[in-house]
Design a protein around this ligand. Structure first.
Ligand code: G3P
Length: 214
């Protein structure tokens, strides 16, 4: 199970990296905007720190615009993966970039039919947004189960990234389904090892240790 961090924040990336738990990073325009610096500058810095895939998103809506942006993003570093939205124009861009050897991550996936088309044109990664589906009363993890089943049925090469994660349960469920990658916001990453009984247990052991005659 690979852990990507869903952030463009260098400090968060450094903290996860220091634990040896970071397999990649995903960004989007919202996350880049939070950093208040030019996208290219932020991406260069992230790619210096992280050897795994670093997703960077295009803004264009027409395939030609996406292809042009995708080429520029891919030129920043060899581990850049170009994030392309799930539209028909996006499918054209994925195909074209793939033909040039540029890896793509089809993003904003909200249905199985979108995922099938992305897998058919050869997107390297598919990013279904579970949290945003939960937000509209549709079970995000049900979509993940369906996409994983379809990928297995047809032996598609696309790798699923569970995106828009809101809590540790999304990650636990992803693990049980066998999803290869989750992209985790730092605040959720931070929750994964926390358990009140562990904290309480440590405190108790420290207190009891003091009672042992030395
Ligand atoms: O990076 C894409 C996705 O993870 C965004 O998540 O929290 O904005 O729905 P969120």
């Amino acid at each position: 199970m690979k852990f990507f961090l869903d952030t463009a924040n260098i400090e968060e990336i450094k903290k996860a990296n220091a634990l040896g738990l970071l397999d990649g990073v995903t960004t989007n325009p919202t996350l880049i905007a939070k950093e208040g610096r030019p996208q290219e500058e932020v991406l260069r810095e992230i790619c210096r720190l992280v050897k795994g895939p670093v997703s960077a998103e295009v803004i264009g809506v027409a395939a030609e615009e996406m292809i042009d942006e995708g080429r520029k993003l891919a030129a920043i570093a060899e581990n850049i993966v170009v994030k392309i939205p799930s539209t028909l124009e996006g499918l054209k861009a994925i195909r074209a970039l793939k033909a040039e050897g540029i890896r793509t991550n089809m993003t904003l996936v909200f249905s199985l039919s979108q995922a099938i088309l992305g897998a058919k044109v050869g997107a390297d990664f598919l990013s279904p947004f579970v949290g945003r589906l939960d937000d509209v009363s549709q079970r995000g993890m049900d979509l993940i189960r369906d996409i994983m089943q379809t990928i297995r049925n047809y032996n598609f090469s696309s790798q699923v990234i569970v995106a828009s994660i809101r809590n540790p349960l999304h990650i636990v469920e992803a693990a049980l389904i066998g999803v290869p990658i989750v992209t985790v916001p730092y605040h959720v990453f931070d929750q994964l090892m926390k358990h009140p009984l562990t904290e309480k247990g440590i405190e108790r052991f420290i207190e009891d240790w003091k009672k042992i005659p030395k």
